[in-house]
Design a protein around this ligand. Structure first.
Ligand code: ZN
Ligand code: ZN
Length: 268
């Protein structure tokens, strides 16, 4: 590398691993056409972005299609058969459609990345330390994702249980939603302190059903509006659907959700 190139390299600290890395200064930064990198190449390659969607509703990642034109043909045929509606739902979403109110209401979710061990560690650090710098790694991409998922009028974050928020003094999901000027529409009403990870699917569904209510002062703001919920991780979707249900009950016309990470573990 010659001296001239060295002069235009900008040393920075990776917001995820704290190692220094260099990035060549680009003229596109000056005009705001491209964002500066916030993380090093190693961290960047450890994040698995979800590029192929397997389920239209929950955003479960799909398999890469070896021949894209074959896939396009298949979709065309499917559209013709289903009257324009793509019938690509995973088993979980098929099940949700049999449970009121999801037999008549829509719900859509998309995540940025697969919840792999690297991201689990990053988000655990974020959750317990409330490191606002980590939020900055994701907010730009979350905004872009939100624009692709739906049109929305109000953005809100999933609130923590009051006790937990008091202990930690912050809600990591609100840090993620801050870039949208989010409105705290939701309140937790469940008193169950049991950890979700230790339960079976059925129990988890029961535990989160009716876990949220609309904050009284925002109840009227929601009527006839399209709402986007932000959360950090999508596991079974039960928490997000419970929050969405409370928002629909207050008269919203459409509710969708985005998260940083989506679990791809077996759904049982
Ligand atoms: Zn790094
Ligand atoms: Zn699904």
């Amino acid at each position: 590398m010659n001296q001239r190139q060295d002069a235009v390299r900008c040393p920075k600290r990776c917001l995820l691993c704290d190692q220094t890395f260099g990035e060549a200064v680009k003229w596109t930064w000056i005009f705001g056409l491209e964002e500066e990198k916030a993380i090093c190449d190693q961290c960047s390659s450890a994040l698995q972005r979800i590029r192929v969607i397997g389920c239209e509703e929950c955003g479960r990642p799909g398999m890469m299609v070896p021949n894209p034109s074959e896939e396009a043909d298949r979709l065309q045929q499917e559209l013709a058969l289903t009257g324009g509606r793509r019938a690509e739902l995973c088993d979980d979403c098929e099940k949700w459609r049999t449970i009121p109110p999801w037999d008549r209401l829509s719900f859509r979710h998309r995540a940025l990345y697969i919840y792999n061990p690297f991201l689990q560690e990053v988000l655990a650090r974020f959750k317990f330390r409330g490191d606002a710098a980590i939020a900055r790694v994701f907010t730009g991409d979350l905004r872009a994702l939100a624009g692709r998922v739906c049109r929305y009028d109000i953005v809100t974050a999933i609130p923590l249980k009051e006790k937990r928020q008091w202990e930690r003094g912050f809600n990591q999901t609100e840090l993620l939603a801050e870039c949208f000027s989010s409105v705290p529409l939701l309140q937790r009403i469940s008193s169950s302190e049991a950890k979700q990870s230790k339960r079976g699917r059925r129990e988890r569904l029961d535990a989160v059903k009716g876990a949220f209510r609309l904050a009284d002062k925002y109840r009227r703001n929601v009527q006839g509006k399209r709402i986007l919920i932000v959360d950090d991780v999508y596991t079974t979707g039960a928490t997000l659907r419970s929050a969405a249900e409370a928002i629909y009950e207050a008269g919203a016309t459409e509710v969708a959700a985005i998260t940083v990470a989506r679990s791809v573990g077996k759904s049982t």
